[in-house]
Design a protein around this ligand. Structure first.
Ligand code: ASP
Ligand code: MG
Length: 418
């Protein structure tokens, strides 16, 4: 049994959807679960729509139309094969969404966000499933929310692994054994029957959750790149593809900002030793990258992961107390409360320095929270580099004469903020 994940770029227009059909053609009779994300940049568009709805902005209808037109165009591009029932189905979904936007919005924005933004995955999976069926790739559409149970953390749902893996293995597995199934990434459901999303770019994670519950033999993430690269080719033109990488190295890379794989994806797979392939949907026969080799190939090239738009916060106490346990616990509490993720930290007797993503709203809240007892100095516009398998020569080439603001070594990783 295999799990295939297709991201937004793989279904960004009618041509792309047809290409997904070509990739899947060769797996006709096999046990495959297809996990698909929203089409192209739909999630961003729905994000704007959710905000407009919540704030009662006048551009709400316009934003709604934009999303609808985009999907109508794709359906039209596939029309000669899609039957009228699909048209009708998708139209009904849009009517449903439109009605939802007429209601008085709930006070909880994150909850609203999930109810609206999740439509993107429903649209894409409906369209893909119908297209495949029409072209002879028989499959069954299933709602991922029936299998992925989460808590109430809207926009960052925590998976209830026990009930989720039970539902997947008892209810979904028998269906996948009979027929290809098309479902959605990114979404689950809480006990009150509301949709909860798993965090932006969370479809990879969904694929891993399904693979875990199905005890799949392998997972493939189909991308518009050849595989996992040792650096971002846009910044480092001599970047090369990595053929094979261990789970721990891939976790580190994803966690520190390599965007090919969502960071939460790997641990569930590792726990069941399910290999993960990252392959190009433009060249499905090419080898790509396999994640999950036992021992790293000796000659892994230096990997450079760059996370831009970083901020350094230097926190010190106003009452001259040292930054030790009691102060640290107060500071950490504030970070947890406002969901500010720490990318790197360093402390000394009188200050605590953290590197975080530049999310102004969250940082403002953090300042308000800590401001009475602490001084916060903010240094913006920085870059966090996580470098592994490096030697002096490669380091010089990467960092050059840029100012290093903090530097930290853990295991075989070197991290610098420049
Ligand atoms: N559609 C969602 C997003 O863009 C999930 C995903 O693409 O993985 O964040
Ligand atoms: Mg996406």
């Amino acid at each position: 049994m295999r799990v295939f994940k297709f991201g937004g770029a793989s279904v960004k227009n009618a041509e792309a959807v047809k290409n997904v059909g070509k990739v899947l053609e060769t797996f006709g009779g096999e046990e495959v679960l297809v996990v698909v994300s929203a089409m192209g940049k739909t999630t961003n568009a729905l994000e704007l729509l959710a905000k407009a709805y919540y704030n009662g902005d006048s551009n709400k209808n316009e934003l709604f139309k934009e999303v609808k037109t985009f999907h109508d165009e794709i359906i039209k591009g596939l029309l000669h094969t899609i039957d009228s029932r699909t048209y009708h189905d998708i139209d009904n979904l849009f009517i449903e969404l439109d009605c939802e936007l007429e209601n008085t919005p709930d006070k909880n924005f994150d909850k609203i966000y999930d109810q609206i933004v999740s439509y993107g995955e429903i649209f894409s999976s409906r369209i893909l499933s119908a297209y495949l069926n029409e072209t002879g790739i028989k499959n069954r559409w299933m709602d991922a929310q029936n299998f992925i149970s989460t808590d109430d953390t809207y926009r960052e749902g925590k998976v209830d692994w026990e009930s989720t893996s039970m539902l997947i293995s008892k209810k979904l597995k028998p269906i996948v054994k009979k027929q290809m199934v098309v479902t959605q990434g990114f979404i689950g459901r809480n006990k009150d029957n509301f949709t909860v999303t798993l965090g932006r770019e969370g479809s990879d994670y969904s694929a891993a959750i399904f693979a875990y519950g199905l005890d799949a033999e392998q997972v493939t993430i189909w991308k518009d790149v050849a595989g996992v690269m040792n650096a971002d080719p846009k910044k480092f033109p001599d970047a090369i593809k990595i053929d094979a990488i261990s789970y721990p190295s891939a976790i580190e890379m994803a966690y520190y900002g390599a965007t090919v794989i969502h960071p939460k994806t790997i641990q569930p797979l590792q726990s069941k030793q399910i290999p993960l392939f990252v392959k190009s949907f433009l060249d499905p026969q090419a080898k790509g990258t396999v994640v999950g080799v036992k021992k790293e190939e000796e000659q892994l090239p230096p990997t450079i992961i760059s996370k831009g738009n970083q901020v350094l916060l230097a926190i010190s106490s106003k009452d001259f107390s040292f930054i030790v346990e009691d102060n640290l616990s107060k500071i950490f509490n504030a970070f947890a409360l406002h969901k500010v993720k720490i990318n790197l930290m360093q402390n000394s007797a009188i200050s605590f320095i953290v590197c975080v993503d530049n999310e102004p709203e969250k940082i403002e809240k953090l300042k308000e929270n800590l401001g009475s007892a602490y001084t916060l100095q903010v240094n913006e516009g920085l870059e966090l580099l996580t470098i592994s398998n490096y030697d002096e020569a490669s380091l010089n080439k990467i960092i050059g004469n840029k100012d290093i603001l903090i530097e930290q070594k853990t295991g075989k990783n070197l991290q610098v903020v420049i």
